[in-house]
Design a protein around this ligand. Structure first.
Ligand code: ARG
Ligand code: ASP
Length: 723
């Protein structure tokens, strides 16, 4: 009996400790060493050096960081790149007008002359990755404060500059990995002439909008296409009419075979941020304190904005992007809490920590170094608790009320005048006019006033007195807690909050007048008071505790790698190039519910609601469906749309290619399934799934729907695994 029990405990621990086959965002340069064997056992047919090779073109040469926030991939010998619709959305929106509404109708350049430049948009290739831990940490000692340590590292990194082998047109950066235990250098090539080639209408590219966001089953054709242009020497160049389509070192081949359950896939891209190695106390805080608070504040904000959007067409357009972005994290956090709870993440972290502690205690050298580590971490997190909550309240409230942002733009202008004199002030005015103009485009005083009322009330009612500025308390008292009345008084007759055009005109004609008016702007006065109270009661404390947490987490990371020897560790995401791999697979989100791994155009038609903001289907797509006119892209009379797999992805992986066992492009990553969004904190193979749009649906839309078959002509299509 005892023996059975012991082996059961050991089995459970093994589950907790070993990195599972599908978990991890791996550095491409270590694939051969760490992953190749497992990848092959899971079905991969190519080798690690086909993925990452610095001596010849490899798959990595087809992958770009798009604008630093998404991923894209090269899909033709003429520099054509594929990314998500939501990644290209800003560009699509910028070129849209009421007459040429590319968001609503889509856009397709009929030839290269029609491709549209996007100033500010860039793509970055990774030329080479090198470990530079030794140089980065030279002279760094145990006794240093976090600040001293960081400045020593910064100096070391700066000193690397002259030694980095690179061409004049290449650049590089150094990033910290494993919480500051390792450093890697990335040599990069950045192209700045990136032109919009095409995008489907948002009824396809963002089909299902917020309702379907983070959801499986999914039916979104979330893609758009751009083209990289280079100088005539194929090197990076500023925008010029004379630039030519970039000739890549590697363009992805595209497979029309589709995926079966169990097939190998990998996703290659630039995941943004994850925190996989937290102490259980930190995870517990996220589940119980931070996520619920942020969700509740956004509940209120979204309720206000939604109320106005439903009643007012103009506001609906103005606030659409804002609403989508507030709702995106709001919905993700809810999935995160659900998933962390349903998979017992805290208990698993505790079991893991207990095993760690047991091993540390059993080894005198470990005990000496790490004996008190977990206790210290726990204590630091306890201390952090209330300040972290105050930070969330502050940022979630302040950043939602745009009166504060408007006032703060004018404060910056006043600051320039005070510090740098009249000339600098006058010079800064046009930039202020521009940014205020942008803010006003998506601003409604009625919405903002209501947000002020509702959010300031919540801010005041929910928080302990120590985090409330005395001036705020005085105000609340004098208004007898009537926040609606307070909001009314604050917004009425304040041009900055009610009359954008007048303020912009005044800024041009007599900017001093605008500065003077802002001194009387009560919302701005309150903002400055809130800000300074926050700085003195929260920021200072928080940065002290955070520095301690960082130092302890760094030690904990190092200790885990030494003590938990059998575990394969991968570094948390930090917007650098990573490979993740897994098999195509459905999942069971809750009792009695089982999800399949593929969706089809039939599902789009099931969701179709004529005239609906989220679920309308363009007429041409309905006709193609009715006639089963799927060209070479359909399969058995059906048109595949999306599929899911066990790839470990996160924000920033949007637009990443999904590759098959032969390294051919089969899909485009764009989301995760809601129940598994806790993969950022604790990946669990039972419910964590990434969502990809099938490449055949992308090509079907390009070719059959948009009539842009000339683009498909540029690509290399393969079938039945042939290279
Ligand atoms: N949830 C995805 C991500 O985090 C897609 C967001 C864009 N789509 C939307 N309907 N808001 O980026
Ligand atoms: N939708 C995310 C992105 O834009 C991807 C994810 O979080 O899974 O990067």
């Amino acid at each position: 009996m005892k023996a059975i029990k012991r082996s059961l405990v050991a089995f459970f621990l093994l589950l907790v400790i070993t990195a599972r086959a599908d978990e991890g965002m791996w550095l491409p340069l270590f694939l051969q060493q760490l992953n190749e064997k497992q990848m092959k056992s899971m079905g991969m047919k190519i080798s690690a050096s086909d993925i990452y090779n610095i001596n010849k073109g490899s798959l990595k040469d087809a992958i770009v960081s798009l604008g630093g926030f998404c991923t894209g991939e090269v899909i033709s010998e003429q520099g054509l790149i594929l990314t998500n619709h939501h990644c290209g959305f800003d560009a699509i929106q910028n070129h849209s007008t009421l007459e040429r509404n590319y968001i609503r109708d889509g856009f397709w350049a009929r030839n290269k002359g029609e491709e549209i430049p996007n100033p500010g948009l860039f793509v970055t290739f990774i030329v080479r990755i090198e470990e530079v831990t030794k140089s980065a940490l030279a002279g760094v000692t145990q006794g240093m404060t976090e600040q001293e340590r960081q400045s020593a590292i910064d100096k070391n990194i700066a000193a690397l500059r002259s030694g980095v082998k690179r061409e004049a047109y290449q650049d590089y950066f150094v990033r910290s990995f494993f919480e500051g235990n390792q450093y890697f250098l990335f040599v990069t090539e950045t192209y700045k002439d990136v032109r919009l080639v095409g995008a489907p209408p948002s009824a396809i590219g963002n089909f299902g909008k917020d309702t379907d966001n983070w959801m499986w089953p999914r039916h979104t054709g979330d893609f758009s296409m751009f083209r990289i242009y280079a100088g005539t020497d194929n090197k990076p160049a500023e925008f010029s009419e004379n630039n030519v389509p970039y000739k890549p070192k590697k363009a992805l081949s595209i497979s029309l075979d589709g995926m079966k359950e169990g097939d190998f896939t990998m996703v290659f891209g630039f995941p943004g941020r994850t925190t996989q190695y937290l102490h259980s106390a930190a995870v517990e805080q996220i589940v119980k304190v931070n996520d619920p608070a942020k969700i509740a504040i956004r509940d209120k904000a979204l309720g206000v904005i939604d109320g106005f959007m439903r009643r007012d067409e103009q506001i609906k357009i103005q606030y659409a992007a804002k609403y989508a972005s507030i709702s995106n994290s709001w919905k993700k956090w809810q999935g995160e809490v659900l998933g962390l709870t349903s998979t017992n993440a805290v208990a698993k972290k505790k079991a893991y920590a207990a095993e760690f502690q047991k091993r540390v205690n059993a080894n005198p050298a470990f005990k000496e170094q790490y004996g008190t580590l977990l206790g210290d971490l726990e204590a630091a997190y306890q201390e952090l608790n209330k300040y972290g909550l105050a930070r969330d309240y502050y940022t979630e409230t302040i950043s939602r009320i745009e009166a504060f942002a408007l006032g703060s733009r004018i404060n910056s202008l006043a600051g320039i005048k005070q510090k740098n004199g009249d000339k600098a002030f006058k010079d800064a005015v046009p930039k202020t006019i521009e940014t205020l103009g942008e803010l006003y485009k998506e601003y409604s005083p009625a919405v903002d006033k209501k947000l002020f009322e509702v959010l300031m009330q919540k801010f005041t009612n929910d928080q302990p007195e120590e985090f409330l500025a005395p001036e705020l308390l005085t105000l609340v008292k004098s208004y007898q807690s009537d926040f609606a009345k307070m909001a009314d008084d604050f917004y009425t007759n304040v041009d900055l909050l009610n009359n954008g055009p007048k303020v912009l005109a005044n800024l041009k004609a007599n900017p001093d007048l605008v500065l003077m008016a802002n001194d009387l702007n009560k919302a701005n006065q309150l903002f400055l008071q809130l800000n300074s109270h926050y700085a003195s009661t929260v920021t200072k404390k928080l940065s002290g505790i955070q520095a301690r947490v960082n130092q302890l987490q760094r030690t904990y990371m190092k200790a885990q790698m030494e003590v938990m020897k059998e575990k394969k560790f991968y570094p948390d995401a930090n917007s650098t190039l990573r490979v993740t791999y897994g098999n195509v697979k459905g999942y069971q989100p809750r009792d009695a519910v089982k999800f399949d791994f593929y969706t089809y155009l039939d599902g789009v038609m099931d969701k179709y609601k004529p005239g609906d903001y989220e679920f309308d289907v363009p007429e041409k797509l309905r006709t193609l469906y009715k006639n089963k006119d799927f060209g070479q892209y359909g399969k058995n009379g059906k048109m595949p749309v999306c599929f899911i797999a066990m790839n470990h992805t996160t924000g920033g992986n949007s637009g990443s290619p999904a590759l098959d066992a032969n390294g051919n492009l089969v899909g485009l990553n764009f989301d995760r399934a809601w129940e598994g969004t806790m993969s950022d904190i604790n990946y669990d193979p039972s419910i964590c799934r990434n969502i990809m749009v099938d490449i055949r649906y992308v090509l079907f839309i390009v070719d059959k729907y948009a009539g842009a078959g000339h683009l498909v002509q540029e690509m290399k299509l393969v079938r039945a695994g042939k290279k």
